[in-house]
Design a protein around this ligand. Structure first.
Ligand code: MG
Length: 222
């Protein structure tokens, strides 16, 4: 029986990936770099610094970019994301969260590489009554992000639960990789344009198309 539910944020709690992908595509193009929406979805979970540096390394190996350049690039991308409309709550996920909360002795966590200081406010306004500061693992708690297992291991340790009582909900291949490296049961809800083959190397325990399917799947976990 599952008691600890570890939710990824982008592409799971918030439908933020379309605007992240569009923002990356636009700002990369401004800097003369080719970057598709699929690239964005495949790299979701990498730090933004890595995304920028990898693009330069692969496409403009002769160009030296400083950390200040990387920061400026990242700010530009963040501004574009806001300009495009930012993120809305993922359709159907609040029903999933409320159903889990109604199950006995459950804990709901958010496990994200995000470093937004207003994250808890955003979560509380989108999903009132679900999240608490002490059940959040962010880039502040865990500088070594996905695909390393540390963020999910930290949530598991703090939950006080057995590993077999925990369940990760992810949308990204690198997030799945992190959860599997932490040896946790993992459900992929494929809310973007990727296909099963993009996730297959890390063998998700369940692969579902949307939050309605996750809601229907919950009875299997109790
Ligand atoms: Mg995600």
């Amino acid at each position: 029986m599952k008691k600890g539910f570890f939710f990824d944020m982008d592409g799971v709690l918030f439908d933020s990936m379309p605007n992240h992908a569009r923002a990356w595509e636009i700002v990369m193009a401004r800097h003369g770099l080719h970057f598709t929406k699929r690239d964005c979805y495949l790299q979701e979970g990498c730090t933004s610094r890595d995304v920028i540096q990898n693009a330069y390394r692969q496409q403009k190996p002769d160009v030296q970019i400083s950390l200040e350049d990387v920061e400026a690039f990242y700010r530009e991308k963040g501004e574009m994301f806001i300009e495009l409309g930012g993120a809305k709550p993922m359709r159907g996920v609040y029903d999933v969260l409320k159903a889990i909360q109604a199950m006995p002795d459950t804990q709901i966590w958010v496990v994200t590489g995000s470093a937004q200081t207003t994250l808890l406010d955003q979560l509380n306004s989108a999903f009132p009554g679900i999240f608490a500061r002490e059940r959040m693992i962010t880039a502040f708690e865990c500088p070594h992000g996905k695909p390393r297992p540390e963020p999910y291991l930290k949530a598991w340790e703090r939950s006080g639960l057995k590993k077999e009582e925990c369940c990760v909900i992810e949308n990204a291949p690198l997030g799945l990789q992190a959860a599997r490296a932490a040896d946790l049961f993992t459900i992929v809800v494929n809310t973007g344009p990727l296909v099963y083959e993009d996730f297959a190397p890390w063998k998700p325990d369940a692969f579902l198309p949307d939050m309605k399917a996750l809601l229907d799947y919950l009875p299997n976990l109790v």
